[in-house]
Design a protein around this ligand. Structure first.
Ligand code: ADP
Ligand code: MG
Length: 628
């Protein structure tokens, strides 16, 4: 489980996917929508401004042409040329009275000599001038009319000169020029009304050279050298069309939306400006509103996506928890999975089936494993037991082979020695009879003869034991009553006088099938050993007793010194002896005889308390079946 490199969560992936797929197109659409609306709004604002400029250009044109109309009407009146000066003056005074914008009226004859001048402020006493070289006079004479010559009346108020040719009632050449100076203050007040100075919007009328004719803020106009800003002038003068506009970046860093229009015939420029942020206010408002909407949409999309993501990932999380538990081998209390009606539900269903079969298979596997372990253990113990048995059998075989070889050799040696011994024995007997007299008189000689005899007997004993052990003859069992037969055997045994013999026989006197020769030899060997360990005095107890229904136990116990454990373990091993002249074959013969009778021998010994041999023999079969 330590593998877990933390992965990105599916919920976040879904969330991000949802946001990207929904918000990117939305953002794209909104961005373009805002751009389009903004530019169309801006265009609209600009168009409005341009149309205002055009409108005012028209107004300005009309303003001036009205006065031109008044003058030309007067000048072309049939009788004005023929009027006497008094009449003319009266007439002009009427004009002054009716049109307050007219500042001065002047009449000149065809030579350019001023004949009359009426001024609204200067009074009547002003000297008459020679106008023959004046632009307006020459133009009016040549073309019939003139508008131009912008000036500042009294250095402050902009005015324009309008001049028309005075035509005689008949004839085509002018007889003089009627001119007037018209105050242009009216334009400024019209602008001021249309664009109040409280607003940020400003409008102005200027001559192409920058001379400021009118302004929505009249204070601008009444400055002695009022001009339209050079920045604006430069931009407008580079335009080719009669009207237009756009964004203007002034050299002081302010950004404006400007529109202009040329006043027909006069060449004046009507210019309207507005700070850019104000002009585009509606567009900006729209943008901020759209942004707000987008923010809300984002918020809602995020919430929806979160809900959707958790809805999708919840069953998956449960699945993962279940899978983790499974991987730890915990099949019990897996989390309840949601079986939704979609692919995830299918997955949960499949998973649940899988975990069920996994559980079954794991159970089977565990059982099989336990079975296998059990079998392995059993096999192991069996192998161990067999190995032990095999080893024991092998050891036994080796021992038997060795003993067989030794026995064979011993038997050969025994046979070869027995004959010379018999010859020696005969010779001793012959010497004894021939030398009977001498032996009687010479006790020393007699003693040596006896030693020879006893040694021969000893050697014979040893040879007998060897031959008994190595002899392989067929068993010749005969049925005897055990107690009776045992009584006979004991009665012929030459017990020395210092040994007491106690007999305790069982009442059954059971019949046994025994080879009497071999069995007698076995009993003699045990008794012989007992007598040997009790040289001074002692007792031998002979006892028979039933051992169960099928066997009888023949017990031979002595009151000798007993033997230590390490000796006890080896006494049945052939050739094991603790005696200087022992063969170590006596008890080996006992065991061999008991084995041949399908019986067994047991020994119990304790140092200082004597030794007990127990020979178990099967009770004869016929009797057993009768008893049963
Ligand atoms: P051997 O008599 O030639 O030594 P046996 O096979 O008859 O060989 O006996 C083996 C050994 O067992 C003896 O050497 C002796 O140490 C021991 N032994 C046998 N019988 C007795 C007994 N009754 N008491 C003490 N030791 C005994
Ligand atoms: Mg012995």
């Amino acid at each position: 489980m330590a593998y877990r490199a933390r992965r990105g969560k599916l919920a976040y992936k879904i969330l991000i996917g949802f946001l990207v797929t929904s918000l990117v197109p939305l953002g794209f659409v909104c961005y373009n929508l805002i751009k389009i609306s903004q530019s169309s709004l801006q265009k609209q604002t600009l168009a409005m401004q341009v149309s205002m400029a055009v409108g005012f250009a028209d107004t300005a044109s009309k303003y001036v042409s009205t006065f031109e109309g008044v003058l030309s009407e007067t000048a072309s009146m049939g009788d004005f040329a023929s009027m006497n000066p008094a009449q003319q003056k009266q007439y002009l005074q009427k004009i002054l009275a009716v049109h307050p914008a007219v500042l001065e009226l002047s009449v000149a004859n065809a030579k350019g000599q001023e004949t009359m001048r009426l001024s609204r402020y200067a009074g009547a006493g002003a000297p008459l001038r020679d106008l023959s070289q004046k632009d307006f006079f020459l133009t009016a004479m040549a073309r019939g009319q003139y508008i131009g010559g912008l000036e500042r009346f009294q250095g402050l108020y902009p005015d324009v000169r309008v001049a028309v040719a005075i035509m005689p009632p008949q004839g085509s050449s002018p007889v003089g020029v009627l001119s007037g100076t018209i105050s242009l203050n009216g334009l400024s007040s019209m602008l001021a009304m249309e664009f109040p100075s409280t607003g940020q919007r400003r409008a102005a009328v200027a001559a192409p050279d920058g001379f400021l004719i009118a302004d929505s803020d009249p204070r601008e106009v009444y400055k002695p050298d009022a001009r339209l800003s050079d920045d604006v002038l430069r931009i407008v003068s580079t335009q080719s069309s009669g009207d237009g506009g756009g964004e203007i970046h002034l050299s002081d860093g302010t950004r404006l939306l400007g529109a202009y229009a040329y006043v027909k015939d006069l060449g004046w420029i009507v210019y309207i400006q507005e700070p850019l942020n104000l002009a585009y206010q509606s567009a900006l408002q729209m943008r901020s509103q759209v942004l707000k909407v987008i923010l809300w949409v984002v918020l809602i999309v995020v919430l929806l996506a979160l809900a959707l993501a958790s809805n999708i990932t919840h069953p998956l999380r449960l699945l993962r928890e279940a899978a983790e538990k499974l991987s730890r081998g915990e099949f019990e209390d897996l989390p309840q999975m949601l079986m939704t009606n979609d692919e995830i539900g299918d997955l949960a269903q499949t998973f649940s089936t899988m975990s069920e079969s996994l559980r079954e298979k794991t159970g089977e596997l565990i059982n099989a494993k336990q079975e296998l372990e059990k079998s392995a253990r059993i096999l192991e113990t069996r192998v161990e037991a067999r190995t032990r048995e095999l080893k024991a059998a092998q050891d036994e075989l080796i021992k038997k082979e060795r003993l067989a070889a030794v026995g064979q050799m011993a038997s050969v040696v025994g046979h070869e020695i027995r004959n010379p011994l018999a010859v020696i024995n005969n010779s001793v007997y012959f010497l004894k009879t021939k030398l009977a007299q001498v032996l009687q008189s010479d006790p020393k000689l007699s003693k040596h003869v006896k030693i020879i005899e006893s040694e021969i007997q000893q050697a014979n004993g040893i040879i007998n034991e060897i031959l008994t052990y190595s002899r392989s003859r067929d068993l010749k069992p005969e049925r005897v009553a055990l107690n009776t037969w045992l009584e006979d055997v004991l009665s012929v045994y030459p017990f020395p006088p210092h040994i007491r013999v106690d007999k305790v026989f069982c009442a059954e006197n059971p019949p046994v099938d025994i080879d009497t020769t071999e069995m007698q030899q076995a009993i003699r060997n045990i008794i012989g050993n007992a007598i040997e360990v009790m040289p001074a005095s002692g007792a031998i107890r002979v006892r028979t007793a039933m051992s169960g229904r099928d066997a009888v136990c023949l017990e031979l116990a002595d009151s000798g010194p007993g033997m230590p454990r390490d000796v006890l373990d080896k006494i049945f091993t052939p050739f094991f002896t603790t005696k200087a002249r022992g063969t170590g074959l006596g008890l080996a013969v006992v065991r061999k005889v008991m084995d041949r009778h399908r019986g067994r021998v047991e020994v119990e010994s304790e140092t200082g308390r004597g030794t007990t041999f127990r020979l178990y023999l099967p009770v004869a079969a016929a009797v057993r079946s009768v008893q049963a």
